[in-house]
Design a binder for this molecule. Sequence first.
Ligand code: HEC
Ligand code: HEC
Ligand code: HEC
Ligand code: HEC
Ligand code: HEC
Ligand code: HEC
Ligand code: HEC
Ligand code: HEC
Length: 508
Amino acid sequence: MLGSISVSFQVRPMITIVILFVTLACMVPLVAAQQEAPVSDATDACLICHASVTPGIVADWQRSRHSSVTPQQAVQREQLYRRVSAMEIPDSLATVVVGCAECHMMNADTHEDTFDHSDYPVHTVVTPADCNTCHPDERAQYSMNLMSHAHVNLVENPTYEMLIRSINGVMSWTGDSLVQHGTDSLSDDQSCLFCHGTNVTVAGLVERETDFGTMAFPDLTGWPNRGVGRLNPDGSMGACTPCHPRHEFAIEVARQPYTCSECHKGPDVPAYKIYSVSKHGNIFSSQKSTYTMDTIPWTIGQDFNAPTCAVCHISLVEDTEGEIVARRTHQMNDRLYTRLFGLPYAHPHPRSPNTTGITSADGLHLPTNLDGTPVSDALIDEETQAERKATMQQVCKTCHSDQWVTKHFEVLDAVVSATNKRTLSATQILQTAWSEGVVDGPSSGDSPFNDGLEKLWVEQWLFYANSVRLSAAMAGADYGVFENGRWHLAHNLQDMYDRLRLLTSMNR
Ligand code: HEC
Ligand code: HEC
Ligand code: HEC
Ligand code: HEC
Ligand code: HEC
Ligand code: HEC
Ligand code: HEC
Ligand code: HEC
């Protein structure tokens, strides 16, 4: 079976050329005859038009495994080598390859964006609920990942709502003061929700002129978008395409650090930058041309010699003896014991991927209290922390000694504690300003993010403390010191102190 697949890979470029040629010559019925893998009648119809309407999409799909392997063939593979986790596939889908119609007509009834397209009930936005038919494990795990909740976690949390407004809202100058206005949905979609995911809704149908005459399409708002926690028109949450770009859905892409760099690069979330200056990132950059990126399981030492993001956080990896080192996880937090991304302090990971229900003692919707203590009820216990730490360390120990790994994590834990202390000092300065009445705080119903001193406070944890911790976790020291690291923690704290003194002296 594997043999026949590799044959089909070799002939596919030729097929693409043949298809384009054939379409141009208007001899469209030959398209199906040239596909050696069984294609459904519906997909055949899509291909006939789309080979000329969207040739880029058709070519991408033809390079994908979806175009050459039927679900029935896929489920017969040995467990460890399976790329499809469903135990059973509906008959209508089992013996044809996964074509345009199989994805874009899946669960048609549940999709508000379903439209009549040449007599086929097609929807534009293919969602995790659609992938679920064949990939239920990945979908179920991903729904336990913070990422799949990234939209709701942000917009349904009243505290973060204030943060969004303080960043995206337009300010106007009245002559003696600045007035903060609300945000507009286009700015939010292009800003926070670009990564966190938009709310994709259907405003109705629009007609467009096409090469095939006038056709009607759904009028989508909040689209295009590939944010990780997107709300979809079938009521599902999340998107698989941030890491599996359509229509090739190649595992090689998901395993590359560049895929994650798109969202994990800013001063608040600098994981990619840290990785790229780490020894791991350095070895990857120098030797990646020798890596094998598409094998399953992925063998440490044989397929690669330094980890990418996927190796440490997601992948099914085995050692050269064939022993499983870590199981694949789309949940990802099952290898994370501490949430380094401090809000405002680093803390044990949240129990639920939906963080909107968390309320701190200060009445804010944050996982830690302003005095630095965690909101423990909402966070994992020490035992779970220890299990998750051990899972992550298992990956390290294939390439490193026990001592190397243990010491690395001792340093990380010390850095977590030290950076939390530096956030505490900043918070105490701010609380002094609030209690002295020189800055309006939450107790007077005001946003904790909109004054100058408050913005310095946000930078203390969101940029600098997070950066130092992430750089300790992933061994990229440059981002922990002068580049958004400890220098800035010290400098910023001094600035906060000076500003407090100025404000209080003006008040006297
Ligand atoms: C008669 C030709 C024809 C057939 C058959 C056809 N399409 Fe299309 N399709 C088009 C054209 C033309 C467009 C518009 C492209 C554009 O907007 O530039 C389109 C657009 C689309 C879109 C994008 C819609 C949007 O919201 O912008 C999707 C998705 C799609 N087709 C999927 C399919 C699928 C799946 C099938 C098979 C079940 C199919 N098409 C069959 C011609 C066709
Ligand atoms: C944050 C990035 C990310 C997201 C989002 C994501 N995946 Fe993945 N996925 C990966 C990585 C990395 C791998 C490679 C895992 C490995 O090496 O074992 C992968 C592998 C896979 C595989 C291949 C399994 C195999 O054995 O070849 C499937 C199927 C899959 N993902 C489905 C999904 C589905 C369905 C979704 C949406 C519910 C999704 N993924 C969302 C990163 C992601
Ligand atoms: C494995 C499932 C899958 C298959 C197979 C598939 N698609 Fe898609 N398609 C998607 C996903 C996922 C998106 C992204 C939708 C979104 O933005 O949420 C998409 C988006 C699209 C779009 C809109 C994107 C754009 O850039 O305008 C078109 C058009 C489209 N597909 C056509 C096709 C055609 C034609 C085929 C067959 C050659 C096909 N699709 C096969 C999953 C699939
Ligand atoms: C009707 C079943 C079906 C649906 C629906 C489906 N897939 Fe697949 N998927 C497959 C099959 C079959 C393979 C190839 C398995 C093999 O080669 O053994 C595959 C392979 C994959 C792979 C592995 C690719 C690689 O290079 O190893 C990824 C990633 C993937 N699918 C993601 C998705 C995503 C994301 C969606 C939804 C947008 C989706 N699939 C929808 C059946 C499906
Ligand atoms: C470039 C991508 C990107 C953009 C744009 C973005 N974020 Fe994020 N955001 C992330 C990532 C990545 C994380 C997770 C970081 C981690 O866990 O280490 C995150 C996490 C968060 C969290 C934590 C949510 C929780 O409860 O788990 C908040 C709050 C947040 N971001 C606020 C914002 C706000 C407000 C904006 C817009 C002003 C924004 N983000 C824009 C990528 C982004
Ligand atoms: C389209 C943007 C996007 C891409 C691409 C992306 N992420 Fe994320 N990631 C996010 C956002 C947003 C969050 C925060 C969600 C929240 O806190 O609500 C996040 C959270 C995380 C977390 C924290 C999860 C947790 O439970 O604490 C990890 C780890 C992570 N991402 C790793 C990765 C890796 C590895 C890749 C690449 C394979 C990747 N991400 C690709 C946007 C993205
Ligand atoms: C050598 C293994 C390794 C590599 C490679 C790696 N990470 Fe990490 N990552 C870790 C460890 C260890 C932690 C800290 C775990 C914890 O705190 O529980 C971490 C933490 C994170 C977090 C913080 C989640 C939180 O708690 O806020 C994000 C996001 C993340 N990594 C993303 C990435 C991305 C993106 C890449 C690639 C550019 C990457 N990682 C590469 C090991 C790795
Ligand atoms: C695939 C093998 C591999 C895996 C997995 C791996 N590393 Fe590494 N790591 C290396 C190699 C090779 C080096 C370079 C060692 C040298 O230059 O002496 C390295 C270097 C390091 C360094 C030294 C950084 C420096 O600049 O001095 C640290 C710290 C480190 N790794 C920690 C970890 C941790 C923690 C994990 C697991 C979360 C891990 N590694 C997983 C291969 C790996």
